[in-house]
Design a protein around this ligand. Structure first.
Ligand SMILES: Cc1ncc(COP(=O)(O)O)c(C=O)c1O
Length: 398
């Protein structure tokens, strides 16, 4: 079918909630994807920070083939080896004692909020149910997680939202100190705000939150859905801060593009999830678990987080050098391969211009260009991306 007809049918048959670029992607390999007209693109978005090992990585494709031919689905009424092995691997490589598997980031945050509330009510006091999240955060689109998301544009029209959620400015320990009290069940934060503009907090922020939570008995939920699985140059972004959360949520890169979510927590928190208290039909099926196991094993075995750190430095240095020539770049920030360039102008024409020049990039809010390439990106790919970004910004102008 020709591209024009596909785009017409897309508009006719799909809901209109996505602002899509006018191309149809048909194939991927490593760092590259191709559209239905045969154009090639360097992928610096990795979906939305998902395909950490790139497209059609041989280990992942192999795991998909093998799992599909072995056992696709059984319910959580039974044990399956891939689920147990993945949970063990995650526990051995994190602060956590226990893992719950689901299907998406929002769903992982949903159970994180549910478990935190149940924990507070049962272990601390019956009127302890509040959450404190941060402005500009992004935690998902379900009712609870869109309430926790500190951006009104995502909430508008869906009110009334979940009761008991407060927001304070990000990276502001004083504000958190004023907000947290004996009714706070949990504080929920991203170690770096992704969708909200690639906002990197000060070094003392997460340690400060840890102290405030310890002093009041509130749980610390770290949302690593975008930052986790090596993206920031460590396996988990909380490791940069030298603290441990009580609960962590993971999704996106964990199965390199096959839908997955996971909530990891300490044993005393997990203890409130007794049989029947929570569940999901598709979470933790042997197919998805096998793919995630192959993804995580490769990320650990190939030291992919170290590669992300090195390529991240290259890209940030390149963007900072570009900033001296291109006045529309106001700030360059990030960690590892989660990088934002804040512009003085709307970013949309830059994203479009890069795509037309063969580079897929993301935005984060109205004025931030976000780069989140696969973590396997090579130095030459970074050079090429910087060249395209520089040329497009110069052409589009301020
Ligand atoms: C930090 C963070 N939390 C939660 C989510 C929601 O994940 P999902 O879209 O898989 O529901 C996202 C998605 O972008 C995210 O970046």
């Amino acid at each position: 079918m020709d591209t024009k007809t596909l785009l017409e049918w897309s508009a006719k048959y799909l809901t209109g909630n996505y602002g899509r670029a006018p191309i149809c992607l048909v194939r991927g390999d490593g760092m590259r994807v191709w559209d239905s007209d045969g154009h090639e693109y360097l992928d610096f978005g990795a979906g939305l920070a998902v395909t950490a090992l790139g497209h059609c990585h041989p280990q992942i494709t192999g795991a998909i083939r093998e799992a599909a031919a072995t056992l696709l689905h059984v319910s959580n009424l039974y044990h399956t080896a891939p689920q147990v092995h993945l949970a063990k691997l995650l526990v051995e490589h994190s602060f956590a004692d226990k893992v719950f598997f689901c299907n998406s980031g929002a769903e992982a945050n949903e159970i994180a909020m549910k478990i935190a509330r149940k924990h507070a009510r049962e272990r601390l006091s019956s009127d302890r149910y509040e959450f404190i999240a941060t402005r500009n955060s992004f935690h998902g689109r379900t009712f609870a997680t869109v309430t926790a998301t500190g951006q009104e544009k995502y909430q508008h029209g869906f009110e009334p939202l979940l009761p008991g959620v407060k927001h304070v400015p990000y990276n502001d320990l004083r504000a958190m100190e004023r907000a947290i009290d004996s009714r706070t069940a949990a504080v929920m934060v991203e170690p770096i705000q992704g969708e909200g503009g690639v906002n990197v907090p000060d070094e003392d922020y997460l340690p400060g939150l840890r102290k405030l939570c310890d002093a009041t008995g509130a749980l610390l939920i770290v949302d690593e859905i975008q930052t986790g699985v090596g993206r920031t140059g460590r396996l988990w972004a909380y490791e940069h801060a030298g603290i441990e959360p009580d609960i962590m949520t993971v999704a996106k890169a964990l199965a390199n593009g096959v839908p997955i979510g996971a909530m990891l927590c300490k044993a005393d928190v997990a203890a409130v999830l007794t049989p029947g208290t929570h569940g999901t039909t598709f979470g933790g099926t042997p197919f998805v678990m096998s793919v995630a196991l192959a993804t995580l094993t490769t990320i650990l075995g190939d030291k992919i987080a170290d590669r992300a750190a090195a390529r991240g430095r290259q890209l940030m240095d390149g963007l900072r050098a570009l900033k001296t020539r291109v006045p529309q770049i106001k700030d360059v920030r990030g960690k590892g391969l989660l990088i934002g360039a804040e512009l003085t102008r709307p970013v949309a024409p830059i994203v479009d211009g890069c795509r037309e020049a063969g580079l897929l990039v993301l935005s984060a809010g109205e004025k931030v260009l976000r780069l989140a390439p696969p973590l396997i990106v090579e130095p030459a790919d970074c050079e090429r991306a910087l060249e395209i970004i520089g040329a497009v910004m110069t052409r589009v102008g301020a």
